[in-house]
Design a protein around this ligand. Structure first.
Ligand code: FAD
Length: 477
């Protein structure tokens, strides 16, 4: 038997622009393996559910291309399962698309150690980012900590070109291996009642859906600059879910968008703005590589001394979307039901928690990580630190979003709040009603009620007082 080419799938569930897949195919008949390990299961419930859909979709595509062979799904620890399997099949190289989180680096280290005695190696491939982090350095050879010069450098260098197109025919490894049935798989049993809502609201998964979504967005990109701040409109790309699990690569997004800007100049300005956002995604990953602790520690260490409240009872009210602030509660309910939240609303929701309620940003980050289907460890951490004021390129702490004013600006007719918040404005949309059925019965919720208007000023004043005290403390030390 010819030794197979093994692809260790952890992210990047796609055929296009997938150098790890290509390398595995070049090594021999393809054997793609996904392992349900501790690392997978420590991910938040909604993103695990989303990952499962990506896995099922790629499995179906591979079966079509190979005449019936899909992904081998196993349960256990990757560094205990794969090395003996490779030894038995005579395989020397294990291909993986790199995903540079600190947890994955630890697992990759264990994998290398387990492969070494047999002379086998782990080969990491790019595919997750526009540009390799080593290629974008400041004049001093360090990493960029500020977005604008980073973005300029990315545009100057130009993102890496996508690898060749999707392979047309794939020869699959015929070695009989006992794996789990992807269609019977449940990676998120802990979703409970929220699962039906996600199934109802989440857009289609898979590489085909991602490419179609991109093309659809590019057709309306001219409306992006004017509409992107409006959660009541469908003006953004909605690609973050697909990018998070790698059903589409940022390099393909970039290449297709640039091509469209050339042939449809009326969309060029919108596409330029959209690509700036895609660069934000890369920036967050470059920061994560520089600060592997970004999801758990303030990038500016002095902020560890800020008087965040750790056990505040208001945290539960925030998590349960009962702050009494309409835009905040609507956003949290949208996330609960759809696994997504509009970017502007994410900022307001995060600002309410970290400023008006003075609660530690890490509590908010953890809740988002559990509920977002587009959860991305780098984007989530960078943005939470940005809002909280402790990131390398953060908004100044004294910039406190006023949720009422933001609601007037972003949701002028109240359509967004009416859609997700049953009882807002006396009206109710069907979507808003679903939320009531999808929450745990123990929450025992009645109609939504606004909080007292005084809480806006009270929270703002408390945040500014905490900042003044904090500044005094750090100037003393
Ligand atoms: C507190 C907070 C937490 C966040 N957590 C996440 C997260 O876990 N996962 C995630 O993908 N995004 C996160 N974001 C960023 C942003 O809200 C989403 O990327 C965006 O809403 C996705 O919608 P879209 O695909 O329609 O975006 P578009 O406006 O169409 O943008 C295109 C792509 O650019 C990237 N992008 C856009 N804005 C940002 C940003 N601010 N930071 C990094 N990348 C960006 C995304 O990949 C997005 O799909 C967070 C923002 C905040 C304020």
């Amino acid at each position: 038997m010819t030794a197979p080419g093994i692809l260790w799938l952890t992210r990047d569930f796609r055929l296009h622009d997938n150098p790890a897949l290509q390398a595995a195919i070049a090594d021999g008949p393809l054997l793609p393996v996904f392992i349900i390990d501790r690392l997978t299961m420590t991910q938040g419930a909604a993103s695990r559910w989303r990952l499962m859909r990506a896995l099922q979709s790629l499995d179906a595509t591979l079966r079509q291309r190979t005449g019936g062979k899909g992904i081998t799904i196993l349960r256990g620890e990757a560094d205990e399962i794969l090395p003996p399997l490779m030894k038995r099949l005579g395989v020397r190289r294990l291909h993986q698309s790199d995903w540079p989180t600190s947890e994955m680096r630890t697992l990759q280290g264990r994998m290398r150690a387990a492969l070494r005695p047999a002379g086998a190696e782990l080969v990491l491939h790019p595919g997750h980012l526009l540009v390799h982090p080593r290629a974008i350095r400041t004049g001093n050879g360090g990493a960029y900590r500020v977005y604008s010069p980073f973005a300029r450098a990315v545009r100057q260098l130009g993102p890496d070109r996508p690898a060749a197109d999707a392979p047309r025919r794939i020869t699959a490894c015929t070695e009989p291996l006992q794996g789990l049935d992807p269609l019977k798989l449940d990676l998120a049993p802990d979703l409970h009642r929220g699962r039906a809502a996600l199934e109802q609201f989440a857009p289609p998964a898979g590489e085909g859906a991602a490419l179609a979504r991109l093309d659809d967005f590019l057709d309306r990109a001219s409306a992006y600059p004017g509409g992107r701040d409006r959660p009541d409109l469908d003006a953004t790309s909605g690609l973050s879910d697909h990018l998070a699990v790698g059903e589409i690569s940022p390099r393909v997004v970039w290449a297709r968008a640039m091509l469209r800007a050339e042939v449809s100049p009326e969309h060029a300005a919108g596409i330029g703005k959209f690509l700036s956002e895609v660069i934000w995604r890369d920036f967050s990953w470059h920061l994560l590589i520089e600060f592997p602790q970004m999801p758990v520690a303030c990038c500016r260490p002095e902020w560890e001394g800020f008087p965040w409240r750790k056990d505040a009872p208001e945290l539960i009210g925030w998590q349960r979307a009962e702050t009494g602030v309409a835009l905040v509660d609507a956003g949290l309910r949208q996330m609960w039901l759809t696994g997504r939240m509009h970017n502007r609303v994410r900022m307001v929701v995060a600002s309410w928690l970290t400023k008006h309620l003075l609660i530690d940003w890490r509590a908010g980050l953890a809740h988002f990580a559990d509920c977002l289907t587009d959860w991305d460890p780098a984007a989530n951490a960078m943005n939470w630190q940005w809002v909280a004021g402790c990131g390398p390129n953060a908004a100044p702490y004294f910039r406190i979003f006023n949720p009422e004013r933001r609601a007037e600006q972003y949701d002028p007719q109240g359509d967004y709040r009416r859609r997700w918040l049953a009882g807002f404005d006396g009206a109710s949309c069907p979507e808003a009603e679903v939320w009531l059925q999808s929450i745990p019965p123990a929450w025992n919720r009645g109609p939504w009620l606004p909080g007292p208007p005084s809480m806006l000023a009270k929270g703002r004043n408390a945040a500014l007082a905490a900042l003044a005290q904090f500044r005094a403390t750090i100037s003393e030390t």
